[in-house]
Design a protein around this ligand. Structure first.
Ligand code: MN
Length: 233
């Protein structure tokens, strides 16, 4: 099996609370428009703009506490605090009634977004890839295994330089975690190692170099990262 022309990149990993083992990342799925107040702040109506799915590359994960380089090619990088679901199993056409059996654990993550590129893409009817799926776009705290319970409610919040920017409750999600897994599994064969960013509440906003970002979901490890100068500069 040692027939690769050069060594493959290592599998990206995420810390697991209370464990020395790490969670190997297979894919990163994301849900957009999953809180009504955020849909409205983006200028849409929740009834007419149902939740959508998009992806980030697996190696976009950034360990908790790291300095995240300000993304290239944007003048308007935004924070989006989100509940992240880590799958320990998968399949196709998973029923919502059994979907939670596939969850390994939960974490707090930041769906970093090039808002200017997203706005331009929306206007032109173009894909979101460069707005969402860029290098270091998925800072993530440690995953809390489900032995400590599932997450269906609880405060979700984010502060920048100690100022509260986002605050809501997980129970405000339009698609709950079982529904997200069921819906995603219609489009993709889900696998152990998949991460799902489940959408952000209202209060999104711009970040600048030097900012201290702190965010969390009640009961999970708090995510902390700074915004460093752009990579390679
Ligand atoms: Mn998001």
């Amino acid at each position: 099996m040692n027939d690769f022309i050069f060594p493959p990149e290592p599998t990206p990993g995420v810390a697991i609370a209370g464990s020395r083992s790490r969670f190997p990342v297979h894919r990163i799925y994301c849900v957009g428009r999953n809180y009504a107040d955020h849909v409205r702040e983006m200028g849409a109506e929740p009834e007419r703009a149902p939740p959508i799915f998009f992806m980030k590359p697996a190696d976009a994960v950034v360990a908790n506490g790291a300095a995240v380089p300000y993304p290239s090619a944007t003048a308007n990088a935004h924070h989006e605090i989100e509940l992240v679901v880590a799958l320990g199993g998968g399949g196709r056409d998973i029923k919502a009634s059994v979907a939670l059996a596939h969850v390994f654990g939960y974490a707090a993550g930041n769906d970093l977004t090039r808002r200017d590129l997203q706005s331009a893409a929306r206007e032109r009817g173009q894909p979101w890839d460069t707005a969402k799926g860029f290098d270091a776009s998925a800072p993530l705290a440690a995953i809390r295994p489900v032995v400590q319970g599932h997450v269906s409610r609880g405060r979700i919040w984010l502060k920048v330089n100690d100022v509260l920017r986002q605050e809501s409750d997980i129970d405000q999600m339009l698609l709950d975690v079982p529904s997200i897994i069921a819906e995603l599994s219609r489009f993709y064969e889900l696998r152990a190692g998949d991460l799902i960013f489940t959408g952000t509440p209202a209060g999104i906003g711009a970040l600048k170099v030097g900012d201290r970002v702190e965010g969390g979901v009640e009961g999970l490890e708090t995510l902390r990262h700074t915004m460093a100068p752009p990579a390679g500069k």
